[in-house]
Ligand binder design. Structure first.
Ligand code: SF4
Length: 333
């Protein structure tokens, strides 16, 4: 029997597609991205200016930068208190075919486009991707046969596929092996054109336990894993901080744990989700611009890190009412 048709609705920079796949409903985002200089402050990239308020403007066409955000799981077993996905029932992992079908749906949002300079594939809509082995085999396949299949069956020629793995590093037997597998994929299969992003958020273990519902490795254990990673080809690995205004970030302690030659720090304001409101978690007002993140970014730079401050686009932040998994652009806080 053919699968029921997917439901597509417009979002601020693209489309959210809801499909019925092997275990139920899965959502993806497919759309455009804004020019870096409108929303990023990163001295090491030559973007030195503060971003005074929420940036606005037109996103780039998908033929230049196409972004897809796929779900790796049906719900999520981690249940972070800031995340809307926690409210959904957990039904297990997306299969390889579910991931492919999400990509097909994402492609179908722009039927007239047959070339993209760059397609970024994030696995951050719903679920913790390290817990799903299919994410890794799917990404490896994309580097070779998958890219060809997208061209031949979906009529889309892509210059660069850029897969991004963002993980909170779950305390689990296979996490180390999976992260090593992604590092190999980054260096070999994608020749540097892939990203490994570790969600750190805080250097205080008490805060981290609360933020990740007690299910993340400790920071010192993550640092031990980081030591084993090969030297990154292309972009450095990334330590990610979703900043609420209360995160304790000890830049000197961080610099002792992670090699600034191999890791950059990325900071962005945490989104105010329904889950944040339900759980009494306050967030900073991103309308104040990147200045609110200046003390943290300066401290991290002084500790030797390259720092990238990323602001949400005005159109995205206006949509902060509903939980992400059901109605907006990103599934993560
Ligand atoms: S933030 Fe990520 S790991 Fe945490 S509940 Fe949401 S989807 Fe799961």
């Amino acid at each position: 029997m053919p699968p029921p048709p997917a439901k597509t609705r417009p979002a601020s920079t693209g489309y959210v597609v809801e499909s019925r796949l092997s275990k139920g409903r899965l959502e993806i985002f497919s759309g455009r991205e804004y020019e870096k200089r409108t929303r990023i402050k990163a001295g090491f990239l030559g973007f030195d200016d503060e971003i005074p308020s929420l940036p606005s403007g037109k996103p780039l066409p998908v033929s230049e930068r196409w972004v897809t955000v796929l779900s790796s799981q049906y719900g999520c077993s981690i249940s972070c208190p800031t995340c809307g996905v926690s409210a959904l029932p957990f039904k297990g992992n997306a299969t390889f075919d579910d991931l492919w079908r999400q990509l097909v749906e994402g492609r179908s949002c722009y039927p007239g486009v047959n070339y993209a300079e760059r397609l970024a594939i994030h696995f951050t809509r719903m679920g913790e991707p390290v817990l799903n082995g299919a994410v890794f085999s799917f990404a490896e396949w994309l580097a070779y046969d998958g890219k060809l299949k997208i061209q031949e069956e979906l009529g889309l020629r892509i210059e660069i596929i850029h897969p991004v793995l963002t993980t909170m590093m779950p305390e689990w037997d296979s996490t180390v092996e999976r992260v090593m597998r992604w590092a190999a994929l980054k260096n070999h299969d994608f020749r540097g054109q892939a990203c490994l992003r570790l969600s750190i958020n805080s250097t205080d273990e008490g805060q981290r336990r609360r933020m990740f519902n007690g299910k993340a490795m400790t920071l010192s254990k993550i640092a031990e894993v980081a030591e084993q990673l090969p030297t990154p080809l292309g972009r450095k690995y990334c330590l990610d901080f979703s900043y609420t205004g209360n995160n304790l970030i000890d830049s000197q302690a961080l610099a002792k744990l992670f090699d600034a030659e191999r890791f950059i720090c990325r900071i962005h304001p945490a989104r105010e989700t329904d889950a944040c409101r339900r759980n009494g978690i306050k967030t900073i007002d991103p309308n104040a611009g990147s200045r609110a993140l200046l003390p943290i970014s300066d401290a991290l730079e002084s500790a030797g890190f390259d720092v990238l401050v990323m602001m949400p686009h005005a159109a995205i932040d206006k949509r902060k009412g509903p939980d992400q998994a059901t109605a907006s652009d990103y599934s993560r806080p």
